[in-house]
Design a protein around this ligand. Sequence first.
Ligand code: SF4
Ligand code: SF4
Length: 304
Amino acid sequence: MQLQPFSVNDGEGIRTNIFMAGCPLRCRWCSNPEGFTQKEVIGWYRRRCIGCGACAAVCPEGIGIEMDPDRSRCTACGACVKACPEKARVRMVTLMDADDVIREIHRHRLFYSYSGGGVTFSGGEATSQPEMLDYLSRELYDMGYSLAIESCGYFDFEPVRSSLERMDLIFMDLKHMDTGAHMEYTGVSNEKILENIRNLGTLRRPDASGEPDRDEGPEIVIRIPVIGGVNNSEENIRASAAYVHSVLPGAKMELLPYHRLGAIKYEALGMPFDQEGFYTPDAAEMERLRSIVREQGVGTADYR
Ligand code: SF4
Ligand code: SF4
């Protein structure tokens, strides 16, 4: 898990993002590869490193400065992180106690209340830790925090229904309407995701007595990360919007242009960065695709 305070991209106001590690998808454009698994992870940022050797000197596993090829022996003990004078060795995923997370969030509560912000569960994939999500969302909801979640959409719905019903705002991804293309680029079929987008319409926020309110569900935004060369065809965007309109008439959609900001993390983790052929659609193309969404009767949102 990682906490990112003072985020302004994933919900209203100033927010703390809780990145919960573990994800069932392997999107080839992912910018948070440290969250693929739930293991603690240490990274090495070559550009910050001055080659002093303090990390290698303290490593009980005999791992050298560059970590590779011995990275698999790393136990994430953290000795090198403490020893490094340049913050070139960093913890990229950390085990955290749920109550410590709540205490940390509580430290920033004034920023949330002045800005209309709150807490956003993110990933990795927040639903991949359903018990933790349930505990944190219940405690924070009871304390009155505004809650949001962003999800890849690939999860078993009923075990996380209660957590989702505590949210003010749900972002869910829809990466491709074509099942084969979805499988090719993310490693999983889109069928469960399409079903879960439909299921979002059945959510009801708790009323004052804690019972589901008959009329009010969370606000829903279906997000498309628009990857040039993958899912940016007008046909795909039109089909996505038409589907959202048919199953979630009140939902909005947000189209986010592809970026390569995660490249440096792949380097820090010693993972291959293979995003050849993907490109960022320019502003004019993004606006044209947003207009296609609106033509299908779906409003567009912009949280970035
Ligand atoms: S975290 Fe521990 S085991 Fe891993 S490289 Fe650093 S010192 Fe070695
Ligand atoms: S301690 Fe930090 S700066 Fe020194 S060699 Fe290791 S990673 Fe580089």
